[in-house]
Design a binder for this molecule. Structure first.
Ligand code: GNR
Ligand code: NI
Length: 168
C-alpha cells in the first residue's frame, strides 16, 4: 500500500475530467487500496482519484467512524430520485480548513462497479448521497467552492495559495 499526495485548490489538475475505467484490473485495485489508505490517514470520508492526480473514474467512501464500511464506486452514474434539496456543511481534502454550506438533491440512485468489477445499483440518502455527489463532482473537475459566491471562493483561494507558498 502507499500514501498518495492530495492536490489542493487552486491546482489546475483538479479541473481535469476523469475518463471511464475500461477494465477493473490489478492496477485499478491497487489504486483503490492506496486511495483508502490515503483517505483514512487524512482523515476523510471520501476520495476521488482526481484528487491524487489519477484521472480515472474511481471513488472510495467510508462514512463510518470505525472504517467498517469501505465502499468503492467505479464509473458511477447517478440519477436524482428526489430533487428536494438538503443543506450540509461540506469540507474537502483538496480545500483544507474550509467548511461551507452546499445544497444538493437528497435522494439519488447510483449504478457503478465495485472493487471486483461487479455492477450494482442502489439508492443513497443522507451523508452517503452528499458525499457521492461531492466525489462525482471531482471526477468532472468540479469543487464544492464552485457553488459559493465568487467573493468567498477568492478568499479561500488567496488563503490556500499563501499557505502553499509557506510550505515549500
Ligand atoms: O472528508 C470529507 N468530508 C466531507 C464532508 C462533507 C461533505 C463532503 C465531504 S468529502 C471530504 C473528503 C473529500 O474531499 N472528498 O473529495
Ligand atoms: Ni473533496
Amino acid at each position: 500500500m502507499a500514501l498518495l499526495s492530495i492536490l489542493e485548490f487552486p491546482d489546475p489538475r483538479l479541473r481535469t475530467r476523469a475518463v471511464a475505467v475500461t477494465q477493473v484490473d490489478s492496477r485499478i485495485q491497487q489504486l483503490v487500496d492506496d486511495m483508502f489508505e490515503t483517505m483514512y490517514a487524512a482523515p476523510g470520508i471520501g476520495l476521488a482519484a482526481s484528487q491524487v492526480d489519477v484521472h480515472r473514474r474511481v471513488i472510495v467512501i467510508d462514512i463510518t467512524e470505525d472504517h467498517s464500511n469501505p465502499r468503492v464506486f467505479i464509473n458511477p452514474e447517478i440519477s436524482i430520485i428526489d430533487d428536494t434539496l438538503g443543506r450540509y456543511d461540506e469540507g474537502c481534502l483538496s480545500v483544507p480548513g474550509f467548511y461551507e454550506t452546499v445544497e444538493r438533491p437528497s435522494l439519488i440512485e447510483v449504478t457503478a462497479m465495485d472493487r471486483d468489477g461487479a455492477i450494482f445499483t442502489e439508492q443513497l440518502d443522507g451523508l452517503m448521497s452528499i458525499c457521492l455527489q461531492h466525489e462525482i463532482d471531482h471526477l468532472e473537475g468540479k469543487l464544492f467552492v464552485d457553488y459559493l459566491s465568487p467573493l468567498k471562493r477568492q478568499r479561500i483561494r488567496s488563503k490556500l495559495v499563501k499557505d502553499q507558498k509557506h510550505r515549500d
